[in-house]
Design a protein around this ligand. Sequence first.
Ligand SMILES: [Zn+2]
Length: 181
Amino acid sequence: MWRLAVNCPYCGHYNSKVIDSRDVNDGIRRRRQCLQCGSRFTTYERLQPAGLFMIKKDQRREEFSREKLLTGIRKACEKRPLPSGTADKLADDIEAELYQLGKAEIPTAVIGDMVMARLKNLDHIAYLRFASVYREFADITTLKEEIDSLATTTAVHPADQLPLLPPEEMVPVKSRRRGRR
Ligand SMILES: [Zn+2]
């Protein structure tokens, strides 16, 4: 086993402890806690130890941030009848998928599409909220077209949509979060 030099992204301290490890396909995802400032962050060993950059619409580069992604998803899911931990699970899945692409740079539009594809299967209101931010619907007509397409493509009842988390995983999510800042 090789050892990564992982500096805390918040304070730069060199030493952290691993609080959770998980296999994600051909890599290992680790949640770490900085021994100096106590911040928690995630590392992926093997694929992109150096970090991942997003290319924005105006071509600017910005380092990928799971927290920002999570904030966007949380906003979209606010007050929707979704299992607790849904937003975290989505952010985890997308983050893992991004790293599995094995690229150093990914357009933000690709990330937005990944989020929307998942939200579309979970909750249409959350989907529309997210889409309205990401796609910046030009006007009410474009938005209406999107809603109409949702209404016609889904003969599926929300209850038929697969739950994001198996029931046994719903409780541990809360307890895992207890130790956070
Ligand atoms: Zn730190």
